[in-house]
Write a protein that binds this ligand. Structure first.
Ligand code: ATP
Ligand code: MG
Length: 265
């Protein structure tokens, strides 16, 4: 049965999508069966997996509104010829595009509105080892669907001055979901991303994080790495685009860490 994880942080541009796509590829790379769910109307995780969001027959929107099942809607990553020659591991994608923006409003009217994704995932959970959900930068009905479906949350964060303050809202939301909607939900860990060890402040914030959250801070640290930023323009995760880049190696290390962490859940 798949373990289901949300990659969430209500702050924008902190590396959620980069983390989801590269963790998915990293897990596939180490032999895990992965479904990636794009819960963001921006559709960046979909595009970053080589799938044209405008060409999708069904998306997560249809699944949330029960107009299609995940089995009907999922597609395989497409790496293109050059990457395919490198025989890179692939994963399944439940994609998103701008249609999803409407779901926010349409779901309000429906029953079991927070549980739509959870219900849909039950039918495919046996097909995967990991389901990773890329959440939008908000604590909206979409993110709530992700949190209700998940066993845990992975929180990517930059080691900046306000990093800890920004966590409070997310931690409170997770507590509320845990108390009222999903007893299984917990924070799996905080992932330090876009890290630059030459910047003293980042090292200080990183130390504070470890003091405060102890083993909730993942050992893997994702460095700021231009190859990770370039990869989406080729429709590839960094891990597939340039497996030897420092950032890609860090995500593969992180994938291995996740594999060993789920055994302790
Ligand atoms: P949003 O809140 O809009 O969904 P996000 O949290 O998903 O954003 P990303 O889209 O993953 O954030 O990243 C924001 C930007 O930072 C992107 O341009 C991405 O390529 C870049 N980026 C992410 N991680 C790294 C990294 N480790 N090194 C360099 N650039 C990075
Ligand atoms: Mg994103």
């Amino acid at each position: 049965m798949a373990k289901i994880f949300c990659v969430a942080n209500q702050k924008g541009g902190v590396g959620k999508t980069t983390t989801t796509v590269n963790l998915a590829a990293g897990l596939a790379f180490v032999g895990q069966r992965v479904l990636m769910v794009d819960l963001d109307p921006q559709g960046n995780a979909t595009m970053g997996s080589g799938i044209d969001k405008r060409q999708l027959k069904h998306t997560v929107y249809d699944v949330l509104l029960e107009e299609a099942t995940i089995t009907q809607s999922r597609v395989k990553t497409q790496w293109g010829e050059e990457a395919a020659r490198r025989d890179m591991a692939t994963f399944d994608v439940l994609g998103a595009n701008r249609d999803l923006a409407g779901a926010e409003v349409e779901l309000v009217e429906l029953d079991r509105r927070e549980n739509r994704l959870r219900d849909a995932l039950l039918l495919v959970q046996k097909d995967y080892d990991f389901v990773l959900i890329d959440c939008p930068p908000s604590l909206s009905m979409l993110t709530l669907n992700g949190l209700c479906a998940a066993h845990g949350v992975v929180v990517p964060m930059q080691c900046e001055y306000f990093a800890l303050e920004g966590l409070t809202d997310l931690v409170n939301t997770i507590k509320q979901v845990h108390a009222n909607l999903n007893k299984e939900l917990k924070i799996i860990g905080l992932l330090r991303v876009m890290f630059d060890p030459r910047i003293t402040l980042q090292v200080q914030v990183s130390d504070q994080l470890k003091d405060h959250f102890a083993d909730k801070v993942f050992n893997a640290v994702i460095p700021r790495n231009v190859r990770l930023a370039e990869a989406p323009s080729y429709g590839l995760p960094g891990v597939v685009f340039d497996p030897s880049a420092k950032g890609s190696q860090a995500y593969i290390d992180f994938a291995r860490e996740m594999v060993s962490r789920v055994q302790t859940l």
